[in-house]
Design a protein around this ligand. Structure first.
Ligand code: PLP
Length: 387
């Protein structure tokens, strides 16, 4: 029986425990496994290499992303580290011009030291990406790394169009699908080769687990990634794997409610007269609106905005009562952050300003609280921040 997304979230991967009939996959809290004789294992040797609870989660994320192979990590950055370890000294990657600050940091401060370079490109401009690929006569560019919608400006890249050009030239397309989750967008179906996630966000959904994922379809790439996962060792523990499976069961109902609230708030902010600009690909006026509609099942629940000059963003953050000022996103509770000093502080100011990640930008991870309470809190904080 071919199950739909909302059933797969609950029954996908490994559905419960075959041995006891427990409806949940047990937590195999073990680091090692008994061997009956030399080379005689029951399929498990050591929990960095493989653990049944993690394995169930890895099968689940692969199923949801319409991929064949899933890998779970101790954080989104551990997953990204493993993907970047596929490359060699001299290789280059094209990266979207607004990406999570930690992704920029690992490229700029870690992989650059190993001779792996990056070129920042506005990947929402498909023609520009093609031009950069064509200019690479020496074949140094090995991959294009996309976030769509990107963190924090929600810029939308046409994944299918970029992946088509990238594949034609024998390179890889990597998509960070954190903001969308497979509930709204499945990049492998759009032609991407590798999907990465910070599972810490919507997939976990309760701001209580740090985790990351990679999903691929190609067997050779999967073998290389499994090798790297074991060799580097940034794996997700059994208990956190269990919590992730539990969180994913409610992904659908959470995402629907997150998005319903976000759409209402984005429209309310736009019409409020308090804001200079709202970034949200669910608004018809947003440059990414059509592409988002084409490639995803919804615009998601991240909204960024800039208040009008008469409001002080510092006072706004301090005046919030219900909505929490904190790093991260995707939990059931509403969180706001100041990308310039928090999530994107690792990006030099000149690059931030050029891209539009200005000091005034506010990023809002819209939670699933009552919409009227959220509006009331936003409004009172904006009014309190008037200079
Ligand atoms: C889009 C995106 N990718 C990756 C990461 C890194 O994930 P983690 O914090 O789980 O290491 C984040 C974290 O905020 C993110 O927002």
């Amino acid at each position: 029986m071919e199950l739909k997304m909302n059933s797969l979230l609950i029954h996908g991967g490994v559905d419960g425990d075959e041995t006891t009939g427990a409806v949940n996959v047990p937590v195999y809290q073990t680091s090692t496994y008994k061997q009956n004789g030399l080379g005689e294992t029951r399929g498990w040797e050591y929990s960095r290499t493989g653990n049944p609870t993690r394995d169930a989660l890895e099968k689940l994320i692969a199923t949801l992303e319409h991929g064949k192979y899933g890998l779970a990590f101790a954080s989104g950055l551990a997953a990204i580290n493993t993907v970047l370890s596929l490359f060699k000294s001299g290789d280059r990657l094209i990266v979207s011009d607004n990406i999570y600050g930690g992704t920029f940091r690992i490229l700029d401060n870690v992989f650059k030291n190993f001779g792996i370079g990056y070129i920042i490109v506005d990947t929402s401009d498909t023609v520009l990406v093609e031009k950069k690929l064509n200019e690479d006569k020496e074949g140094k560019i090995k991959a294009v790394y996309i976030e769509s919608p990107a963190n924090p400006l929600l810029t939308v890249t046409d994944i299918e169009a970029v992946a088509k050009n990238v594949k034609a030239s024998g390179r890889l397309t990597i998509v960070d699908n954190t903001f969308m989750t497979p509930y709204f967008q499945r990049p492998l179906d759009l032609g991407a080769d590798i999907v990465v996630h910070s599972g810490t966000k919507y997939l976990g959904g309760h701001s209580d687990v740090v985790s990351g994922f990679i999903v691929v379809n190609d067997e050779e790439i999967s073998r290389h990634l499994y090798y790297l996962q074991n060799a580097i060792g940034g794996v997700l523990g059994p208990w956190d794997s269990f919590l992730m499976i539990r969180g994913i069961k409610t992904l659908g109902v959470r995402m629907d409610r997150h998005q319903e609230n976000a759409e209402k708030l984005a429209r309310w902010l736009t019409d409020s007269g308090y804001v200079e600009k709202v970034y949200y690909p669910g608004l018809e006026s947003d440059p990414g609106y059509e592409t988002q509609k084409k490639q995803a099942d919804g615009p998601g629940a991240m909204v960024s905005f800039v208040l009008k000059k008469e409001y002080d963003y510092r006072k706004f953050f301090k005046s919030l009562r219900l909505i929490t000022l904190a790093e991260s996103l995707g939990g059931v509770e509403s969180l706001v952050c100041h990308p310039a000093s928090m999530t994107h502080a690792a990006i030099p100011k000149d690059i931030r300003d050029a891209v539009g990640i200005t000091d005034e930008l506010i990023r809002f991870s819209v939670g699933i609280e009552d919409i009227n309470d959220l509006k009331a809190d936003l409004e009172q904080a904006i009014l309190a921040s008037r200079m």
